[in-house]
Design a protein around this ligand. Structure first.
Ligand SMILES: [Zn+2]
Length: 410
């Protein structure tokens, strides 16, 4: 294969990914105005439903525009030898491979972040604002951006530097060391995410004594689930949308409830949501996900080690001296069809798990409050009641509201 052929394969992958995505979007958009299924008639009032329709359409349009813009920019970057330019720029500052890679990715990541900022600003302060979701102040928005960038620099930069260092002393065997590093890192993140990362962005307080706490404790005792950590997070600082999630395991396991969830739902509905989360834990979904993603990481890193040092990878981007960071860029694009497939498989499994967690909540608590809570949560986020099958198959990590309600009613 010639470097030029590889170059056009990369362009073809970018284009095909984009086209598939847009076809799915278009299919989904076409079904926005479908009749609401009988089971979901009570989710919205007429006026609210119209608002949700408008919200979906505005978002679809917005994602078409941003998608086209970023595709055009990426293609321009490829055809104008942007990678070669940034690579030379980085090399003018240092001759150390690690420093070069850090500068290279620093420029690309910070550059694309700056270009994307007006879009995320528009999304938050125009679209979300217009539909009454946004609670983010401009100050929070800016502080979030800076914190996020610092975190990416520290964690991402640190991991990248270590991996290139492994590559320098172990050659193609670097992938084993990198795998251990990433596995240990994600295990630690899973255990301590709530303690280390969340406090950077949100306030968390232990759930106060009261009716809700007693109801949660009663349920936890009933199913033999030791739960000392139930926290309330100030999600209302950014958005009116509500959520609850489970993190960690062993002594570090905790349930986090958004303050918005506590405001919007009745006590038995919150316990039902919690029972669903306990179901994920009891059915070992959290361990499964951790093991599956670790194995997948190992496979990806091994594949990377096979290809990363091929000279053709850098030649395709008109760079004469092969380097790890250029290999990583080309590999990342070549790998994207594979990651589409693994992502699809993970979504299929995830949707199965959601049914299992729903069933667990139904068996150990009750179906009805879970149904009403799911409906309320869908309504509050103005979610789509009539998504297209193909779109759900590709993108949804959860079954549709209709399918979940039908399953719970069985
Ligand atoms: Zn779930």
């Amino acid at each position: 294969m010639t470097p030029t052929t590889l170059f056009y394969i990369l362009i073809a992958i970018l284009l095909i990914n984009f086209i598939i995505d847009k076809i799915l979007d278009a299919l989904n958009t076409k079904h926005f105005d479908d009749a609401i299924p009988a089971e979901l008639q009570d989710v919205y009032e007429k006026e609210e439903y119209e608002k949700s329709q408008a919200y979906k359409k505005v978002n679809a349009q917005f994602s078409n525009i941003t998608g086209l813009f970023s595709l055009a920019l990426t293609l321009a970057f490829f055809f104008l030898d942007g990678f070669q330019f940034v690579d030379e720029l980085a090399k003018s500052y240092s001759s150390n491979a690690i420093v070069i890679a850090l500068i290279f990715f620093g420029i690309i990541i910070i550059g694309s972040d700056i270009i994307n900022t007006p879009f995320s600003y528009y999304k938050t302060f125009v679209i979300e604002e217009k539909f009454g979701f946004n609670k983010t102040t401009k100050k929070t928005f800016i502080v979030d951006k800076i914190k996020g960038l610092l975190m990416t620099t520290l964690l991402g930069g640190g991991i990248l530097a270590l991996i290139i260092w492994f590559y320098q002393f172990a050659g193609t065997h670097f992938w084993v060391y990198a795998w251990i590093l990433v596995a240990v890192f994600s295990l630690l993140m899973n255990l301590f995410y709530a303690k280390l990362i969340v406090p950077l962005f949100n306030k968390q307080t232990p759930l106060e004594d009261g009716e809700l706490k007693r109801a949660i404790e009663k349920y936890a005792t009933k199913v033999g689930f030791t739960l000392k950590n139930v926290f309330v997070i100030d999600g209302s600082k950014r958005s009116t949308k509500a959520n609850a999630y489970f993190s960690g395991f062993g002594s570090q396991k905790r349930i986090t409830l958004y303050d918005t969830l506590i405001n919007d739902l009745e006590i038995d509905e919150i316990v039902a949501v919690l029972a669903h989360e306990v179901g994920h834990y009891k059915r070992k979904h959290i361990i499964f996900n951790l093991v599956a993603s670790t194995l997948l990481t190992g496979f990806t890193l091994w594949l990377l080690s096979v290809f990363v040092s091929l000279p053709i990878f850098s030649e395709a981007l008109h760079i004469s001296i092969p380097s790890f960071h250029i290999g990583l860029i080309v590999f990342g694009i070549l790998y994207s069809p594979i990651s589409e497939i693994t992502g699809l498989l993970m979504n299929i499994i995830s949707r199965k798990f959601e049914y299992q967690a729903d069933n667990y909540a139904k068996e150990t608590f009750a179906a009805k409050p879970l149904i009403t809570s799911l409906k309320k949560l869908s309504k509050n986020s103005l979610s789509n009641l009539t998504p297209h099958k193909a779109y759900v198959f590709m993108h949804y990590s959860h079954p549709t509201l209709l399918k979940r309600v039908q399953n719970l009613n069985k």
